[in-house]
Ligand binder design. Structure first.
Ligand code: COI
Length: 430
């Protein structure tokens, strides 16, 4: 074969090698509309939520963004490719794919640099980087699903992008055009597509992260930042209990968020400081913390999830309720999707309302509390059957319902995500 032709062939093989390795799969118009900023939805059950002063709607239009068209791709060499674990071994966030996305921002060089997809590697950052000292960082979590038709779908990625930009703004990190990042991430997933599990109990978790990296101790907007995305094949986030539900501990001595704080932004500093309280809950035989706020012990979130209850309201109707986005609560993509989808169901009233521990206990005593569950991207839906609070154990009949709402919500979400039904929330990327 002439030298030029064989060089072209070698280059082609190198660039496409990920496609023909031995394939070892990871296993054989809406009534509800969320506003970008917090609402103080009329509470029905009790006193009003602590409503922070109305904030101006953030300007999310970045002046200069990186562009997908500038993306450079360098593929891993065959020796750099990792074996793919079996689905049973996955756990959550323990394995990573062969490639990652990196986009630097340097103010001195005009802002965002060209996006790059490259073999997965460790980061090298200066020990004074602001992300390490002042938590000048944010992250996101979304998933790529392999459908029954073998197509890979993302679920409402534009909402993660919107939330990233809101968090970036809060920490002085540079904003960007979310559509461009979705395109870069979609390319990354396409390159590592054999890492998207061939299983409907597992997914590829996508973790875009933005960190301030300039090496100065000043607490100011960073002049340099790094946006990166890594991919991890995952299965269940929690170990399942015998009945499939979790027990949670409502500890009135700790808060996750406070009015005017950053509890409504996906920043790492909302998660690290929950670890001690969670360990305390675990020692008491629970799996997660139910985060309360204020003298009325309002329910805000559970673990790293939004909280929902189902109960019989004063009109005798079945009502699905979650606390309003009052600044203390992460505007979850799953939360919003549940509200939007369930508000289409004729047999259910859907409300954002303040829920206090007293409400919960009273509804339970009256036999009107039917279900409680957490919802989030990582977990999807996690039914709750017990709440420990002060010296009480509130047993919730979630798992005793003949046709539970949590299951209907979960089935609907999974049907959209895995392509059993065509739905505008799901975006086919490959
Ligand atoms: C998610 O549901 O994606 C989360 O943010 C949970 C994560 C902190 C593990």
């Amino acid at each position: 074969m002439p030298l030029r032709r064989s060089k072209v062939l070698v280059k082609w093989i190198f660039e496409n090698q990920h496609k023909f390795q031995t394939v070892r799969c990871c296993s054989s118009s809406l009534r509800y509309k969320e506003q970008l900023e917090e609402t103080s939805a009329a509470p029905e059950l009790v006193a009003p939520a602590p409503t922070p002063n109305a904030k101006p709607r953030p300007d999310l239009t970045p002046e200069i963004s990186f562009k997908y068209d500038d993306l450079r791709v360098s593929l891993a060499a065959p020796y750099q490719l990792q074996p793919k674990p079996e689905v049973e071994e996955l756990g959550f966030g323990r394995y990573f794919t062969d490639h990652m996305l990196k986009i630097y921002y340097h103010r001195a060089l005009g802002g965002w640099q060209k996006p790059e997809i490259m073999p997965f590697e460790n980061l090298s950052i200066h020990p004074a980087a602001k992300a390490l000292h002042y938590a000048v960082q944010l992250f996101e979590g979304l998933k790529a699903y392999r459908g029954r038709d073998d197509k890979i779908r993302l679920f409402r990625p534009e909402l993660n992008m919107e939330r990233m930009n809101l968090a970036a703004q809060r920490s002085g990190l540079p904003m960007f055009d979310g559509d461009e990042l979705v395109k870069c991430i979609s390319r990354l997933v396409q390159i590592d597509q054999e890492w998207v599990p061939h299983s409907e109990t597992s997914t590829l978790y996508i973790r875009p992260t933005l960190i301030g990296v300039d090496p100065t101790f000043g607490i100011q907007a960073p002049d340099s930042a790094l946006l990166f995305a890594v991919l991890s094949p995952v299965s269940a986030y929690y170990k399942k209990s015998r009945d499939g539900a979790v027990s949670i501990f409502a500890d009135p001595n700790v808060v996750r968020a406070f009015p005017g704080g950053a509890g409504n932004r996906k920043v790492g500093s909302n998660y690290g400081p929950t670890i001690e309280a969670t360990s305390r809950a675990e020692k008491l035989g629970h799996q997660q913390v139910l985060w309360l706020f204020g003298p009325n012990h309002e329910l805000t979130e559970v673990g790293a999830m939004n909280i929902f209850i189902v109960y019989i309201n004063e009109h005798g109707d079945k009502q699905l309720a979650t606390p309003p986005l009052n600044g203390l609560i992460l505007p979850g993509v799953t939360r919003r999707s549940i509200l939007e989808l369930a508000s289409q169901w004729e047999d259910l009233t859907v409300k954002e309302e303040v829920i206090t521990m007293n409400n919960l206990i009273e509804l339970n005593k009256q036999g009107r509390l039917l279900e409680m569950f957490g919802a989030g991207t990582a977990v999807v839906i996690s039914p709750i059957s017990r709440v420990g609070f002060l010296d009480m154990d509130v047993n919730i009949p979630t798992m005793k319902q003949p046709a539970p709402v949590y299951q209907r919500v979960k089935d609907t979400l999974l049907a959209i995500q895995y392509g059993h039904i065509e739905h505008p929330y799901a975006r086919i990327i490959s």
